[in-house]
Design a protein around this ligand. Structure first.
Ligand SMILES: [Zn+2]
Ligand SMILES: [Zn+2]
Length: 355
């Protein structure tokens, strides 16, 4: 298996971010990423995608778009369009039409920060997803780094502490987003792919003569990432590699990671039956039984969940197994201690086990 690490949902100075695409790929190389996906608000930029840098510093830049409905107050229904490769913001006031157009263009659609809280002290509104009368979207942003900041910061003091000490802040996806995801899959009986998004802007905060960068890009890129598992190594040919990565993402062959406490590279959630081996994101027939295997980069608290409920828990294994004949949606969560707290570390996409 060939694992690539991406930071997704990044704003540049074409919308409300504070860096150019060229600067971002350099920061991504420093963070050890294979690629980044920028998503500026209601603007898609042509002619920038490709590989940048050389050797181990080589980084893939994909340019998507975060499209939201400006007619709503506050502007709502933020949708990440990835690989549509055309401007689609004219459909922003009709989420279903937008999702259909993205699909028609060979792109993927993810509901950005589907659950959020406002941060009134800083005039930050609640941008949760609102229109649930939709179908056919690829997935959701399970962990949005800046939404988490808004949700865990209650008041000026807490926001200031979380802004000044970002390594202390993150604990994992919001519980409400995790249960929303489990419910969506259960009620719709279809794949809903989870990705991690940084929602990086690198905002500048000025107080008199002083100014600080809040959540610098480098911090984001070392934190909440999406690890994409590909069937082949990257070839170096940009169009081929882009297609392979997009198809892997579409399948849900990926996991959401918090790489700051310890690298998550090498994690795998797989299942074996008489037909062979399947990985996270796959739908598989149980047949005479299914053997799940979880490989962790290090021993830590690891849970196997079935239909959103904890089925089994391990604390001292690097390889965990479970045999089942029960159909359901199985996924993995792993937690790791960091700076005095247990932090969400790995959130896998599910294996969908059907009879
Ligand atoms: Zn947004
Ligand atoms: Zn955003």
């Amino acid at each position: 298996m060939n694992e690539t690490k991406f930071a997704i949902h990044i704003h540049t100075h074409y919308s409300d971010g504070n860096a150019s695409h060229e600067e971002l790929v350099k920061i991504a190389a420093k963070a050890g990423l294979h690629g980044i996906i920028t998503t500026d608000h209601n603007i898609w930029l042509d002619g920038l995608e490709g590989y940048y840098g050389q050797g181990k510093q080589k980084v893939m830049l994909l340019v998507g778009e975060e499209i939201h409905d400006r007619t709503l107050d506050p502007p709502g229904n933020h949708l990440l369009a990835i690989n549509a490769r055309k401007e689609l913001s004219r459909f922003s006031d009709s989420p279903q039409q937008l999702i259909d157009q993205i699909q028609h263009s060979g792109g993927l659609s993810f509901l950005a920060h589907p659950v959020e809280d406002p941060l009134e002290e800083f005039n930050q509104k609640d941008f949760s997803w609102r229109d649930w009368d939709i179908h056919g979207f690829t997935g959701i942003e399970l962990w949005n780094h800046m939404s988490e900041f808004k949700s865990v910061s209650s008041g000026y003091f807490s926001a200031a502490v979380n802004a000044l000490f970002p390594k202390q802040m993150s604990l994992g996806p919001l519980e409400r987003t995790l249960s929303l995801w489990d419910q969506l899959i259960a009620s719709r009986m279809q794949k809903i792919v989870a990705i991690g998004g940084v929602d990086a802007h690198q905002l500048q905060y000025k107080l008199g003569p002083f100014s600080i960068w809040i959540y610098p890009y480098l911090h984001h890129f070392k934190s909440v990432t999406t690890h994409i598992i590909n069937s082949k190594p990257l070839s170096g040919s940009f169009p081929d590699d882009r297609n392979m990565l997009i198809r892997s993402l579409e399948q849900g062959h990926c996991f959401v990671a918090y790489d700051l406490p310890a690298p998550t590279d090498g994690f795998m959630f797989s299942a074996n039956n008489e037909e062979g081996r399947f990985i996270m994101g796959d739908a598989v027939k149980i047949q005479n039984g299914l053997t799940f295997q979880i490989c962790l980069p290090r021993q830590t608290l690891c849970r196997l969940l079935k239909d959103g409920k904890i089925l089994k828990e391990w604390t001292d294994h690097k390889v965990c197994t479970h045999i089942t004949t029960d159909p359901g949606v199985y996924r993995v969560e792993a937690f790791i201690p960091y700076k005095g707290k247990m932090r969400g570390w790995i959130f896998s996409n599910p294996i969908y086990a059907w009879l």
